[in-house]
Design a protein around this ligand. Structure first.
Ligand SMILES: Nc1nc2c(ncn2[C@@H]2O[C@H](COP(=O)(O)OP(=O)(O)OP(=O)(O)O)[C@@H](O)[C@H]2O)c(=O)[nH]1
Ligand SMILES: [Mg+2]
Length: 426
């Protein structure tokens, strides 16, 4: 393989040297800055073909994929990056379609892949740079609002790019809000839980409010049906005070609390409580990083009775943490989730982001410690409005215009996430 290195003070100069030495169809393998100089590694397109293709196939490869540099002199920066990215993708696909001729080919492919990632980032930076911000202020203003509200950069960018053309900043934000509200799946009314009944288990990491929320739900059941139709179970039998906490609530409500230690115990308890309209199970909290989570999911799924798991998501957690929590607790499917500690969260965009992205049914929202008052049926409009009601104190954590291109560049890879494409826009 005849890879050549070109160094120059500016990219333009380096590109020119490549074109002069290797012709307009040269293949760029890397492009970086070394000690202030631009360094390009490239090879002639013939070298690329001979390395990757049996001779009779050369013709098929000729025109489309690798004509990289001839575009350079004619186009602007962003067109150039876009052209380069798609050219590289075409080259990658063509190379992938063939058996690797040698280890070298694998190296070239990984170079191409990393080049592509870099180009996608540059392209995103250019597309969200100062000139574009001036040309399309609504796009950057809604992006900033969404980031400030705690939504992920990927969802923020995905929606900001889809804001209908010609809207005002307020109109753009209203469009975003309506899309977010439409994508929040909530329970229509409480009859899903309170009237239908069934066995529900509250699960989630430590301290997110499982026991408190169990007590709040229990109180609602008792208010609707009386204490006789409800039973409470706790799997929190071995921690000091674990059982006690729920037992006290049970005593106030006049409901028996059963303590179980394993799956066999739970199976027996659920069998005994078959006649109850509703059974609420309070589980012991465990970190999403704990291997025991899978065991807990298995325990709740293996009893022979349908146990619907409700995941408690603390709105005070970061988006990354919540994503990890959902992934770990999802198992073979969650019935839904309950957003807790809304009252303590400065921003709730990250929680809404995860709920939307992971398509969870949001049943309730808890906004305080009081049992049973501080539990409410989720309301899309309220939650989305709350997400954008920002306090002045959060200003230091918000992004400035000149930081937006960098934030967005980071999302280049994640924009292919299928969950994002599932977001309903219209
Ligand atoms: N501010 C606020 N506090 C809450 C909320 N829900 C629960 N808490 C408080 O959070 C703390 C932990 O609540 P628990 O219900 O014990 O949490 P848990 O998930 O059962 O905790 P573990 O069983 O230890 O995993 C308690 O002090 C609750 O009063 C809420 O919505 N808002
Ligand atoms: Mg608890």
């Amino acid at each position: 393989m005849n890879v050549k290195k070109f160094s120059a003070n500016t990219s333009r100069e380096a590109w020119r040297m490549v074109r002069e030495a290797l012709g307009p169809d040269a293949v760029i393998l890397s492009n970086r800055t070394v000690n202030g100089a631009v360094e390009i590694l490239a090879l002639a397109s013939e070298d690329m073909y001979s390395m990757s293709t049996p001779s009779q196939e050369k013709e098929n490869l000729s025109e489309p994929a690798l004509a990289v540099l001839n575009a350079n002199s004619r186009r602007g920066d962003s067109d150039q990056a876009a052209g380069l990215a798609s050219t590289l993708e075409a080259a990658r696909q063509q190379l992938q379609a063939r058996q690797p001729a040698a280890g070298e080919l694998t190296d070239v492919m990984s170079e191409i892949r990393s080049m592509r990632g870099m180009l996608e980032e540059q392209l995103a930076e250019i597309a969200w740079g100062g000139a574009e911000q001036k040309r399309n202020p609504v796009k950057s203003s809604v992006l900033k609002e969404m980031l400030a509200a705690g939504f992920s950069a990927t969802l923020a960018r995905y929606l900001a790019e889809k804001v209908p053309a010609g809207t005002t900043p307020d109109g753009g934000l209203n469009w975003i809000k309506s899309v977010l509200a439409r994508n929040l799946t909530i329970m229509d009314n409480e009859s899903e839980i309170l009237e239908k009944g069934g066995v529900y288990a509250l699960v989630g990491p430590t301290g997110v409010g499982k026991t408190t929320t169990t007590a709040k739900l229990a109180a609602r059941c008792v208010m609707r049906h009386g204490p006789g139709k409800l039973a409470l179970i706790t799997t929190d039998g071995y921690r000091i005070g674990g059982y006690e906490q729920l037992r006290i609530y049970g005593k106030i409500l006049g409901v028996m609390v059963h303590s179980v230690k394993d799956e066999a115990d739970l199976r027996i308890a659920l069998d005994e409580l078959k006649s109850k309209h509703t059974v609420l199970i309070d589980t012991v909290g465990m970190s999403q990083r704990d291997k025991m989570v899978a065991e807990q999911v298995a325990m709740l799924s293996g009893t022979g009775t349908k146990v619907k798991r409700l995941l408690c998501l603390a709105a005070t957690s970061t988006g990354e943490t919540l994503n990890e929590v959902v992934r770990s607790y999802r198992g073979d499917g969650l019935a839904g989730c309950i957003m807790t500690k809304l009252d303590e969260a400065a921003t709730i965009g990250s929680t809404l982001d995860v709920v939307i992205r992971q398509k969870l049914n949001l049943y309730y929202v808890a906004n305080g410690q009081r049992v049973p008052e501080d539990l409410h049926i989720a309301n899309q409009q309220y939650l989305v409005d709350r997400a954008f009601k920002l306090k002045r104190e959060s200003a230091p954590f918000q992004y400035q215009d000149d930081e937006l291109p960098l934030v967005v560049a980071n999302t280049a890879r994640a924009m292919n996430d299928n969950n994002l494409h599932g977001v309903l826009l219209g």
